[in-house]
Design a protein around this ligand. Structure first.
Ligand SMILES: *[C@@H]1O[C@H](CO)[C@@H](O)[C@H](O)[C@H]1NC(C)=O
Ligand SMILES: *[C@@H]1O[C@H](CO)[C@@H](O)[C@H](O)[C@H]1NC(C)=O
Ligand SMILES: *[C@@H]1O[C@H](CO)[C@@H](O)[C@H](O)[C@H]1NC(C)=O
Ligand SMILES: *[C@@H]1O[C@H](CO)[C@@H](O)[C@H](O)[C@H]1NC(C)=O
Length: 278
């Protein structure tokens, strides 16, 4: 059911929650000073977990908010709906016995394609213990009534009828990171697929962004859904690492994005070394 939309005209803060709108070459990505999600250095490497009421501008709240952003994109994203955290209003964190840590957040999130903002309450649980388990997220998000459904089915139709649109296309189209309007829906798909990885890889101590969707290739398939190969570069801001991932994902307007395979690639220097050592 479609709920009535609630538009909150939030004052735009300096911090925009868009997952790296500027696509920068990997070499330039280590500079986070101009990063759209860059936040004050305070508490960047806090070891002691903040508990109780959180400062919405500090890392613990911002990191948790970023996880909510990834979660919302995995659930509600489409080539024509991409969600970014705009403002963190308030946050709270607590230990849950020995099982993990729970966060509660009040946020404003923005659909960057239609530029519509809404408030959103979210609850996150970071499990503790053996192995690294992905965070569990619950969030109340109201789907705006937009024409994204229509746009998505047109787009899917176009891809089914002409696979050459994307065979071996490279993103972005020029060295300044400018993306042709035609390519944006593909780029959004790459970000959505990356969101699955970022959500799965996130902990209380990480802050993941997409540094670059390097390339996407549409694969031929007889199925109803469309299939893509994608190479993406994720920026983990706490460790300052750029991590390469390759993934295979499917998309259909009805089912959304599903990541079928994801593979973390070794670091560049390890990749360059390996042919010699083997
Ligand atoms: C988005 O909307 C806000 C107010 O609703 C406006 O101030 C801002 O300029 C808009 N941004 C874009 C990119 O259109
Ligand atoms: C959907 O809406 C956007 C902007 O509101 C418009 O540019 C676009 O043509 C619309 N597309 C369809 C398929 O209705
Ligand atoms: C998420 O990561 C875990 C390891 O931390 C992995 O076992 C699991 O397959 C990943 N989930 C998906 C959907 O790939
Ligand atoms: C995709 O981009 C990565 C990183 O820039 C590159 O190593 C890889 O060769 C590219 N793959 C294709 C198919 O273009």
């Amino acid at each position: 059911e479609i709920m009535r939309l609630v538009v909150v005209l939030a004052v735009l803060m300096g911090v925009s929650g868009i997952p790296d709108v500027t696509i920068s070459p990997p070499t330039a990505s280590a500079d986070t000073s101009a990063h759209p999600n860059s936040i004050p250095e305070t508490g960047a490497e806090e070891d002691v977990m903040a508990t109780g009421e959180l400062n919405p501008n500090h890392y613990p709240a911002r990191r948790a908010a970023q996880v909510v952003q990834h979660y919302l994109n995995t659930r509600y994203g489409s080539p024509f709906r991409l969600i970014g955290v705009q403002t963190v209003h308030s946050g709270n964190a607590e230990d849950v016995a020995d099982s993990g840590r729970k966060y509660q957040l009040e946020l404003s999130v923005n659909d960057i394609i239609t530029n519509t903002t809404q408030t959103c309450s979210a609850e996150l649980f970071f499990p503790k213990g053996k192995g690294q388990q992905p965070p569990e997220v619950k969030a109340l998000y109201q789907k705006y009534k937009t024409n994204q459904t229509l746009m998505s089915s047109d787009f899917a139709q176009q891809l089914r009828s002409d696979i050459s649109t994307l065979s071996n296309s490279k993103l972005p189209s020029d060295s300044h990171g400018h993306i042709e309007p035609d390519m944006k829906p593909f780029w959004h798909l790459g970000i959505l697929a990356s969101s699955f990885i970022m959500l799965n890889e996130s902990t209380e101590n990480t802050l993941y962004n997409v540094a670059q969707v390097a390339n996407i290739t549409q694969l031929t398939t007889e199925e109803d859904h469309l299939e893509f190969d994608c190479h993406t570069l994720l920026h983990e801001m706490v460790s300052q690492e750029i991590i390469h991932w390759k993934m295979l994902f499917t998309w259909s307007p009805a089912e959304g994005v599903k990541v079928v395979q994801m593979k973390r690639l070794p670091h560049r220097h390890e990749r360059e070394k390996s042919p010699k050592t083997n």
